[in-house]
Design a protein around this ligand. Structure first.
Ligand code: ADP
Length: 448
């Protein structure tokens, strides 16, 4: 059994994990950089350890310091949250070597899914539908031949990719050479690895992802989908569950394909299988072997605490539910609240002078922010997530409109006004949007 969890993260997700541990009667250790000494996750944890100066590479990514913090505090498990070390196979290996439980999948599974080419091959072999594309790495010399086979437009993607970096579209043969070389140099700069591959570029897909959880012994379930099509620069902004585009049969069919794949893989922990969805077809793009930012909307419609499940399966206690017991109820939407200018998206760190979180039935705010909190400039600008649940999508939207009016964050700029615009938009009301909708909408608003 796990008795003390060290949370190797910061911000809202550190708080999220801490809450689950407290509910399970597990002691918590927070780690923090010198910039985060007064953060909420540090205040609420049973113990805390300063692991270094502000830059992430010296603190939240510093494996030696984190392992030392486990040794000092006697933590027997680590929850990595998302980002930072959550998909670092070496970190999982090192914890293993120290007899510390990594609350996540095996290092091998992290490795397989971390390399996009291997991930796609594995997905295909497990029966998951994938985007047509190159069988492996694409080099400048074979790019044209492969692109002609796939058919233009094509997308060049970084093998080590993440966060939408190192991705370039080639509309026609004329663009190909440049797309390959820029994708390669961007990939090298971002990931230290210039390997790229090629996929058919889908014109107007939705981004739909399936939440899975496995016990590592061959049992796995799916918890339905999330529609994360509303994106800016490949970053999700607004997510919903269920997807306005799927019906029950489609949900259960793709969900079962994913759960079955995870059973075959003997996957352990929570994971998300991401697809592009166009004309009724699903195309696998990647699998994230960790908890996702947008996991609370799945929790809202299923009533299942995903962090509880992660901790259960990591400690060998198995899943708390079977597939038959899962009931999807109502509709949930998450808005990501960033400390950014809502028009230019320029980060806006600083001190929060007033903070009032909304409440009421079906409302959840996951945030480490509070009145007087100083947002440090060193990290991601996500300062909170607003999750609203209703019995129907219409009720959920009506509730969200009310809740957005109640939310007060003063002293810094936030993306709250963007959501106030979106909630009044007809396409959003109709659920009629694809992965390009938000960029087009923002470009139009900027021109007005
Ligand atoms: P990353 O790991 O860098 O986030 P993904 O493979 O998850 O990369 O893709 C991120 C986003 O890029 C997707 O949500 C989608 O918007 C877009 N995208 C990825 N692959 C394709 C494709 N084949 N066609 C069109 N858009 C794509």
């Amino acid at each position: 059994m796990i008795s003390k969890v060290l949370i190797a993260n910061r911000g809202e997700i550190a708080l999220r994990v801490l809450r689950a541990c407290k509910e399970l009667g597990i002691a918590t250790v927070a780690v923090h950089s010198t910039a985060d000494a007064d953060a909420m996750h540090v205040r609420l944890a049973d113990e805390s350890v300063c692991i270094g100066p502000p830059p992430s590479r010296d603190s939240y990514l510093n494996i030696h310091q984190i392992v030392a913090a486990c040794e000092i505090t006697g933590a027997d498990a680590v929850h990595p949250g998302y980002g930072f070390l959550s998909e670092n196979a070496k970190f999982a290996d090192i914890l293993d070597a120290h007899d510390i439980t990594f609350i996540g999948p095996t290092a091998d599974h992290i490795r397989i899914m971390g390399d996009k080419i291997t991930a796609k091959e594995t997905a295909k072999a497990l029966g998951i539908p994938v985007v047509p594309g190159s069988a492996g790495e694409v080099k400048p010399e074979n790019a044209l031949e492969i692109a002609r086979e796939i058919g233009f437009p094509v997308l060049i993607k970084a093998t080590a990719g993440g966060g939408g970096r190192g991705m370039k579209v080639a509309k026609s043969e004329a663009d190909l050479e440049e797309a390959v070389s820029t994708a390669r140099s961007e990939a090298l700069a971002a990931f230290g690895n210039d390997a790229v591959y090629m996929e058919k570029y889908l014109g107007k897909p939705r981004h739909i992802e399936i939440q899975v959880v496995g016990d590592g012994e061959g049992n796995a379930i799916h918890l339905g989908e999330r529609d994360c099509s509303l994106q800016r620069r490949h970053q999700k902004v607004w997510e919903e569950a269920n997807s306005p585009a799927l019906n029950v049969e489609q949900r259960m069919k793709i969900g079962e394909i994913c759960a079955d794949a995870m059973r075959k893989l003997k996957y352990r922990g929570a994971g998300t299988i991401e697809f592009l969805y166009e004309n009724g077809e699903f195309y696998f793009i990647e699998m994230n072997t960790r908890l996702q930012v947008e996991h609370p909307i799945t929790e809202a419609i299923t009533g299942i605490d995903l962090v509880h499940e992660q901790i259960r399966v990591a400690s060998g206690a198995g899943l708390s539910v079977t597939q038959d017991e899962i009931v999807f109820s109502g509709h949930a939407i998450e808005c990501r609240i960033n400390a950014e200018d809502p028009r230019t998206f320029v980060p806006s760190p600083g001190t929060i002078t007033h903070f009032h979180a909304p409440g009421g039935l079906g409302v959840r705010v996951d945030s480490g922010a509070y009145q007087g909190y100083r947002i440090p400039p060193y990290y991601d600008s996500l300062i909170g997530k607003l999750i609203v649940h209703g019995r129907t999508r219409v009720e959920c939207m009506m509730r969200l409109r009310r809740v957005l009016d109640e939310f007060v964050i003063d002293g810094i700029k936030t993306t709250l006004p963007l959501f106030q615009d979106l909630i009044n938009n007809q396409d959003i009301a109709n659920g009629d949007y694809d992965i390009h909708w938000l960029e087009n909408y923002l470009a139009k608003s900027a021109a007005e």
